[in-house]
Write a protein that binds this ligand. Structure first.
Ligand code: FMN
Length: 343
């Protein structure tokens, strides 16, 4: 599918860098790849402050989702995904870097500081993932039921584990069906809350904006069971949780693979690691011809999180639940202008 003209953020051509580009130029250019990372509700809750060959990644908590994500867990995971893209792009450009996580004890919004290390060791394990950054897209439509081979599952798990998290791959029919029940249960609870519905509606836009989820994007309106452009009105007004629950249950049980990302701790460093692991897993999946979408509801609903952990038999704290498989190609979601997020 061609990229629509307005999705300029996705039409990147590294040749514009030129042979004489300095490390600082490459760092600025690499940030264009960082912002292509997924983020909850496409809030893009990040800010990058560049100073020569150093960049600081800050959480933009004005873009938080206080109902769905009261502790900014997913917000920080989104920033982690952006940091991972930055690492991949820099590695592809042949640059080594050093990262200090949470460099300021006074400022918890300062998540990471990355400094280019001239002549340092380039992480060549990351550069093969570069092409996948512009290919990756969240696909909310049904996947084919073609199973995912054991060796592919292992590569996906290893990709996440390389970022220090626990990965559980769930592919057995009965286990997927069980998880699909928790997902539906969580949907019903979330949509029962008018504050949740209002917050979601605030990030589904019926006309094109540079953030949020376009109501006309494949899978967004279909899942919510309403035709656009009435979708946001419908979410604000009615309890549509049962329709959403049924749709998500079918998507979950019909996808060949569910993947849970879990961490030892449940704090900001763990969430940042989970976000980097998420993007590493997703980009690795793209290389295998796979796409993904999110079914985090049983993690967002605290009461179901423990049940999920017991069902999947993981040791750590569940952070994200994805479904993966072979899906139809869908259009990219928009991105904010780079000048709005990089200074
Ligand atoms: C931490 C995190 C949580 C997310 N949770 C959901 C979710 O619960 N449901 C969903 O449909 N998409 C979810 N997404 C996907 C975003 O909506 C998606 O990344 C965003 O709309 C941008 O689209 P793109 O991934 O195609 O670039 C999540 C993404 C991240 C990073």
């Amino acid at each position: 599918m061609d990229t629509p003209a307005h999705d300029v953020a996705w039409r990147l051509d590294e040749r514009t860098l030129g042979a004489q580009a300095s490390a600082a130029d490459k760092l600025r250019f690499a940030l264009r790849y960082a912002v292509l990372a997924p983020s909850s509700h496409n809030t893009q809750p990040w800010r990058f402050i560049v100073d020569g060959e150093t960049v600081t990644l800050n959480a933009d908590r004005l873009r938080a989702l206080p109902v769905a994500d009261p502790y900014d867990r997913e917000l920080i995971m989104s920033c982690g995904a952006a940091l991972f893209n930055l690492r991949v792009a820099l590695s592809h450009f042949g640059l080594a870097y050093a990262i200090t996580l949470f460099p300021s004890s006074a400022d918890p919004d300062m998540l990471a500081q990355l400094r280019i290390v001239s002549g340092g060791h380039v992480d060549t394990s990351l550069s093969p993932l570069f092409e996948a950054i512009v290919e990756r897209v969240t696909t909310r439509l049904p996947f084919s039921d073609v199973p995912i081979a054991d060796d592919v599952r292992e590569r996906l798990a290893r990709a996440g584990q390389a970022e220090g998290v626990e990965i559980a791959c769930v592919h057995a029919d009965n286990e997927r069906a069980r998880l699909a029940e928790w997902i539906a249960e969580a949907d019903r609870r979330q949509f029962d809350d008018p504050r949740f519905r209002r917050e979601l509606a605030g990030w589904i836009h019926s006309s094109r904006r540079d953030d949020g989820m376009p109501a006309y994007a494949e899978g967004v309106s279909a899942l919510l069971d309403f035709a656009t452009p009435l979708v946001t009105l419908a979410i604000r007004t009615f309890d549509i949780g049962h329709g959403v629950a049924a749709a998500h249950q079918a998507l979950a049980s019909g996808s060949p693979l569910l993947v849970c990302i879990a961490t030892n701790a449940d704090d900001a460093p763990a969430w940042l690691a989970a976000g980097q692991a998420l993007e590493r897993l997703l980009l690795t999946g793209v290389g295998e011809g796979l796409t993904a979408s999110y079914l985090n509801q049983p993690i967002e609903v605290e009461a179901l999180r423990e049940r999920l952990r017991a069902t999947i038999k993981i040791d750590g704290e569940p952070q994200l639940l994805l479904r993966m498989g072979h899906g139809p190609r869908v259009a990219h979601a928009p991105r904010r202008p780079i000048e709005d997020v990089v200074s």
